[in-house]
Every structure is written in structure tokens, then in C-alpha cells.
Design a protein around this ligand. Structure first.
Ligand SMILES: [Zn+2]
Ligand SMILES: [Zn+2]
Length: 174
């Protein structure tokens, strides 16, 4: 959604709280398309703080479905976000305002989807597990070991030996 902020840039002290819906149904984290299963509206506070600058403060929460890092089962992950930015009026932009350059601004308009996607990528947890004790998948047959043992020989050879056997295998293929 594009939110026109022209009035806020023009009038010193103008301030409002805006509820902004998040339109995305899926979120691409660069690797996976993660379904968004729940989302609040973004609570956005816009305030003209003088000198052609706006303060933008916001918070929201979304629930996405992300695969468990060990067993790949989809896990619901609540991602809270909050931010605080200042933006400069587009035609008052100077070199020294570089820190206030925000890629979600398109001229006088704020692209809320870009803003929320940026926040989401920064707020995603580093690690997603269905449970702390998740046993993951069998490296041999791929069975989810949380559902029981598969009986495979999962002896992990010394990694140096594995490297040597990779070389042998490579030769075999030639
Ligand atoms: Zn798991
Ligand atoms: Zn197995």
C-alpha cells in the first residue's frame, strides 16, 4: 500500500497514528516462500518533527510458517517487529541526510509492503525448531526420527575419511 505523506511533510507538528494492513500472503526470506498465517495491522505513528523531517514509529506482529531447521516440519513462528526511522522531505534531501535515506519511500509516498518486508527479514529468528529436542531426519532414509527410530546405521564416519571416500567415488564415476 502506498501512503501519501505530503501533508505530514508540509505541516510542522502534524502527527497521526495510522493503521496499515499488511497485504502479503507469503513472505520470501530469500530461500523459502513462507506462508503468513496471522497478521496484525501495522500501527504507524507519523510525526513532523520540523525541518522537513518525519519520525516514523511502528510496531506489528505477524505469524509465519517456517520449516523446522532439523526435520522440516512447518512451525508457526511469531515475529514481533518495531521500528523507529526518520525520513527527510524528498526535495529537501542533501548529502548529509544520507542516514535518513529509506528505501521504502517513493517520493512523498511510503510503500508499507517494502517497509514491513524489510522489518520482517531483520526480525526473523536465526533458528527455527519444532521443539528443542527435535531429533531431525535420518541422514540415510530421511525418516522423521521424532516419529520413531528407523533402524538405519547412522554411524557418521570421520569427516576426513568421508572426504577421502568422496575422492574415490569421484574417480569411480570417471
Ligand atoms: Zn523438528
Ligand atoms: Zn533411516
Amino acid at each position: 500500500m502506498l501512503i501519501n505523506l505530503t501533508d505530514y511533510f508540509e505541516v510542522d507538528g502534524k502527527r497521526a497514528e495510522i493503521k496499515v494492513p499488511y497485504e502479503a500472503q507469503v513472505f520470501n526470506d530469500g530461500i523459502n516462500e513462507l506462508p503468513i498465517v496471522e497478521k496484525d495491522d501495522l500501527n504507524l505513528l507519523v510525526e513532523n518533527v520540523g525541518g522537513g523531517k518525519l519520525m516514523l514509529k511502528g510496531d506489528m506482529k505477524v505469524v509465519i510458517e517456517s520449516p523446522c531447521d532439523r526435520c522440516l516440519k512447518p512451525v508457526k513462528v511469531t515475529v514481533p517487529m518495531s521500528f523507529d526511522y526518520s525520513v527527510v522531505k524528498p526535495d529537501g534531501f542533501h548529502e548529509e541526510d544520507e542516514d535518513d535515506y529509506q528505501d521504502f519511500m517513493e517520493g512523498y509516498e511510503l510503500n508499507s509492503e517494502t517497509l514491513i518486508n524489510n522489518e520482517l527479514i531483520m526480525s526473523l529468528p536465526m533458528k527455527v525448531l519444532c521443539k528443542e529436542t527435535c531429533k531431525g531426519l535420518c541422514p540415510v532414509c530421511g525418516k522423521n526420527l521424532n516419529d520413531g527410530e528407523c533402524g538405519c546405521d547412522t554411524f557418521v564416519p570421520d569427516p576426513r575419511m568421508a572426504a577421502i571416500s568422496d575422492i574415490f567415488n569421484a574417480y569411480k564415476e570417471v
